[in-house]
Design a binder for this molecule. Structure first.
Ligand code: ATP
Ligand code: MG
Length: 371
């Protein structure tokens, strides 16, 4: 069902992403080591990775790095990462059986992992490292003719791993483990790039080949089709004009369109109520996430975002606004904060002008956010 608000799993529920889906599948078929899936929040990164991996018929695990980060107190512990890997193995047991990937055999070879009645588990005092685990999987895959995929969803959070340098680990994996592909997704695209550092000669992943699949927002026509098809599935008739209003307000971000469809089609709200509810509920999601991101320099980040939401688009105008609201700031520091917000994808820079790419973020900043 298109208006299901959880990340999609099956291909028939994934609307209009054939091209991007095929690109991921092709990269896997060619045995490419690193695939990046990028795009702003709620654009469908997790969904496309779910669908691609199922469709690929390759064994895989998906690790939600953002979830680990927030659940375990803003740090990525090795053990939490392993537990997430174990959970993903458990979740995919039936699928593994279908594709004849022998989980028990593989897990049995990894020190510190075991299979219990409830699934794959990790010993409390596990001493293995991620490289040990992947080496065992790679070896098994090599001997049994498989390619294994490890997907790190919102991978930029791996930069908070204490002393562990995951970029170095990934470089080692791509150089040495030929039967493993890694997928990284990231909504904070600039942050993900800064973490992986493909262009930095002194960084471990420098010069490595990677494929990037970028998810863009739907254009107006596609957004309309998405809504129409979603309501058709529910056998509901809706006015064209109403859908146009929705698309104008939510701007081709499939996650927000899905929320509207859900409130209207599944919860039974009227058109107006569904729009309001989408803005209200989604605002809360956005605000919560935004607060976390800007926490290190709340007043200044807040003032920058507020300025852009109020229509200031030029560097100097935004800086003037920030100076009035948050006090003196040097040009250098101001530029740094502004660029960070671009890296976090809260702002985009187009023709020298700063804009907020997401209508809900814009609404939140204008209406709900106090500096
Ligand atoms: N191509 C699609 N067709 C139908 N629904 C989609 C599609 N892509 C995403 N969705 C829906 O949009 C919402 C956001 O999707 P998803 O969680 O996959 O995006 P994301 O980019 O991973 O978001 P986040 O930045 O929050 O991690 C979900 O409700 C999902 O069901
Ligand atoms: Mg996601």
């Amino acid at each position: 069902m298109l208006f299901d608000i959880r990340p999609k799993i099956s291909e028939e529920d994934l609307f209009n992403r054939e091209k991007e889906l095929n690109e991921i599948l092709e990269a896997l078929r060619l045995g490419e080591g690193i695939i990046l899936v990028t795009g702003i929040r709620r654009i469908g990164k997790s969904s496309i990775v779910n669908v691609a991996l199922r469709k690929s018929n390759l064994p895989y695990v998906i690790v939600d790095v953002r979830k680990i980060f927030f659940e375990y107190g803003n740090v990525i512990h090795r053990r939490a990462l392993f537990s997430a890997i174990a959970d993903s193995f458990t979740k995919n047991m039936k699928f593994f059986e279908k594709i004849k990937f022998k989980v028990k055999d593989v897990i049995g070879r990894i020190k510190g992992f075991y299979v219990s009645e409830v699934g794959v588990e990790v010993e409390p005092n596990i001493s293995s490292k991620l490289t040990d685990i992947l080496e065992v999987i790679d070896d098994w895959c090599f001997r049994n003719g498989f390619r294994f995929v490890v997907a790190f969803d919102e991978a930029q959070y791996l930069r908070f791993a204490g002393g562990v340098r995951y970029d170095g680990i990934f470089a080692w994996v791509t150089d040495n483990l030929r039967n493993i592909s890694i997928i990284f997704t990231g909504s904070e695209v600039g942050v993900l790039r800064d973490f992986l550092k493909f262009d930095d000669p002194s960084a471990p992943l420098y010069g490595r080949h990677y494929r990037e699949v970028v998810l863009n927002r739907f254009n107006k026509e596609t957004s309309m089709e998405f809504l129409k098809k979603g309501f058709e599935e529910l056998e509901m008739k809706v006015e064209e004009e109403e859908l146009e209003e929705v698309v104008n307000k939510l701007d081709g971000i499939v996650g927000w369109l899905t929320f509207y469809g859900y409130y209207r089609g599944i919860q039974g709200l009227s058109h107006k109520e569904a729009i309001n509810e989408t803005f209200e509920k989604c605002s809360r999601l956005v605000l919560e996430e935004l607060q976390r991101v800007i926490e290190p320099s709340r007043r200044r980040y807040g003032a920058i975002l507020k300025a852009v939401s109020l229509g200031y688009t030029k560097w100097s105008d935004i800086k003037d606004y920030v100076t009035i609201k948050a006090g003196y700031i040097t040009d250098r520091r101001f530029s740094m904060l502004l660029n960070k917000l671009v890296k976090y994808n809260y702002l985009i820079k187009e023709d020298g002008q700063y804009k907020i790419p997401d209508p809900i973020v814009k609404y939140v900043l204008k209406e709900k956010f106090q500096i």
